[in-house]
Ligand binder design. Structure first.
Ligand code: ZN
Length: 344
């Protein structure tokens, strides 16, 4: 009996030992599993992307408008065109961009042949993920919607210079804070020399510089994920509805930009009404397969839907509203810095 009891006790003891060993083995396996799991987890998970959007300085952008105006109207074929072109190229180079000037001659609506220069400034030219930012830098040769001096060129503080200035400021910001994204600033010439406005206005006589670019793509084989065109972005009373070609061919980007603007408290400018279809430079960007969005002032008052200053001598520095300039500039800056970290 005694030996039987002792045997039983021994067996029980051995069983307990075995169980303990199994438990500790399980523990080790569990811990190892955790270790392997956590080791495996780390490299596959996306590191939290640091998003720092630089502050768009509207004083700096305003000075860039003043500087363009100081050359006079930037009419193709004038000395002001050459001086402005050289200044723009030098400025973009000073911010570290690789620049290309695409020069050409094109007949405008009345057959007059005018020289044009598209200015292309590339940041991180080797990166595959690219965003195109565009504006036109020429000014209209006539003030055909004015009541006075209709045959004289306009200053184009908003129609041309404001979009260019915002992009120069963005170039300055990229120079100060590197961005993990290819950014191409394209300043098109010969946008605003279309047929005289009136009931029989020919919209296809506008945007000639970007049309030339679309038929002679530079740099060769150029591709971008999407594009944003800035045209008349800073006037007093500006209002950005959703332009039809942008909605049709770049709808998801329109929604993303307008949503972001809303979140940034700029819903007073970025509104959801239909702004009509405009034959602006973005149409030629779309033509080469890049979805492009036009941010353009369309208060929809008056016959044309543009602001009352449009193609008149009122389009001078006094029409510029710095806080509107800042709003659009800051939204576009946020778009590219967000895109760079996969958070747009
Ligand atoms: Zn115009």
């Amino acid at each position: 009996m005694l030996t039987l009891k002792m045997e039983k006790m021994e067996r029980r003891g051995q069983l307990i030992k075995k169980l303990r060993r199994i438990v500790s083995l399980f523990g080790i396996v569990f811990l190892l599993g955790m270790l392997v799991f956590s080791c495996k987890e780390e490299p596959t998970s996306i590191p939290p992307s640091k998003l720092v959007v630089p502050i768009f300085n509207s004083d700096s952008a305003f000075v860039f408008i003043e500087k363009q105006l100081s050359f006079g109207p930037r009419v193709p074929g004038t000395e002001a065109q050459i001086k402005t072109r050289d200044w723009l190229v030098q400025k973009l180079k000073s911010y570290g961009a690789k620049t290309i000037v695409q020069s050409y001659e094109m007949p405008i609506y009345d057959g007059t042949v005018l020289p044009g220069h598209n200015i292309i400034a590339q940041f991180n030219p080797k990166k595959r993920n690219r965003v195109l930012l565009a504006a036109h830098w020429d000014t209209r040769i006539v003030a055909d919607k004015d009541n006075e001096r209709q045959d004289e060129p306009i200053m184009g503080a908003d129609d041309g210079a404001s979009g260019v200035a915002a992009l120069l400021e963005i170039a300055r910001l990229i120079h100060g804070q590197s961005i993990d994204l290819g950014v191409d600033i394209m300043l098109f010439d010969l946008e605003d020399q279309g047929d005289l406005e009136g009931s029989d206005a020919q919209t296809d006589t506008y945007a000639l510089g970007s049309r030339y670019w679309s038929e002679n793509i530079a740099p060769k084989g150029y591709k971008a994920k999407f594009g944003i065109l800035l045209d008349m972005i800073a006037a007093e009373g500006a209002s950005f509805g959703k332009e039809e070609y942008s909605v049709r061919y770049a709808g998801q980007y329109v929604e993303k930009i307008w949503d972001l603007a809303q979140k940034m408290g700029k819903g007073n400018l970025f509104k959801s009404y239909n702004a009509g279809a405009i034959g602006d430079d973005h149409v030629n960007i779309i033509r080469v397969g890049i979805p492009a969005v036009d941010i353009i002032n369309r208060p929809m008052t008056g016959a044309s839907g543009f602001g009352s200053y449009h193609h008149t001598h009122d389009d001078d520095i006094s029409i510029i509203n710095k806080s509107n300039l800042k709003a659009v500039g800051q939204v576009v800056t946020a778009v590219i810095y967000r895109e760079a970290v996969g958070r747009f």
